[in-house]
Ligand binder design. Structure first.
Ligand SMILES: [Zn+2]
Length: 164
């Protein structure tokens, strides 16, 4: 086990966990996977964007607290993702118009189980929020490979929209 900078600073008072003033909760990935499957049953393909919207909401708050250059802010957010158990994040590429990230052991994919399509929409939404906070415009992200579809890892790519 390696030291975890988030756990070291996690504050606890009865009924409340927080990190640097922002509230967190521990939740089993199976809970989220069950919600996701239920929403998919109701909404079909539209469910994916609902979960991405959730990721954007939480990711936007997390990214807004990051300081430094764009590269430093991206590195800090993906380190945060690893520290809070969203999988093992690594940065594959960051250029003026493209961000590529690999996530090993995504809890969303592991809990969801086998799927014909990528399932880590919450993570995708977080990365979209990160680009919006760091670059001033939201770069649409895609999950180009997912553990749930049989890939060994999940891969995400966000690309700056033309002319933005
Ligand atoms: Zn995935």
């Amino acid at each position: 086990m390696t030291s975890n900078p988030v756990l070291a600073e996690l504050a606890h008072e009865p009924g409340v966990l927080s990190w640097r003033g922002g509230r967190y909760l521990l939740i089993r990935p199976e809970t989220l996977a069950a919600v996701q499957r239920a929403v998919e049953t109701t909404l079909g393909d539209a469910a994916a964007e609902c979960f991405a919207a959730g990721g954007r909401a939480g990711g936007g708050r997390a990214a807004s607290h990051l300081a430094g250059t764009p590269a430093e802010r991206v590195e800090r957010l993906i380190a945060m993702g690893s520290a809070i158990g969203w999988g093992e994040f690594s940065l594959d590429a960051l250029t003026a118009d493209r961000l590529a990230i690999t996530v090993r052991r995504s809890p969303f994919a592991e809990a969801y189980g086998a799927s014909s399509h990528p399932v880590c929409h919450v993570t995708r939404g977080v990365l979209e929020a990160l680009t919006e906070t760091v670059f001033g415009t939201r770069w649409p992200a895609r999950e180009t490979a997912c553990l749930a579809t049989g890939a060994g890892v999940c891969r995400f790519e966000a690309v700056r929209p033309p002319g933005r």
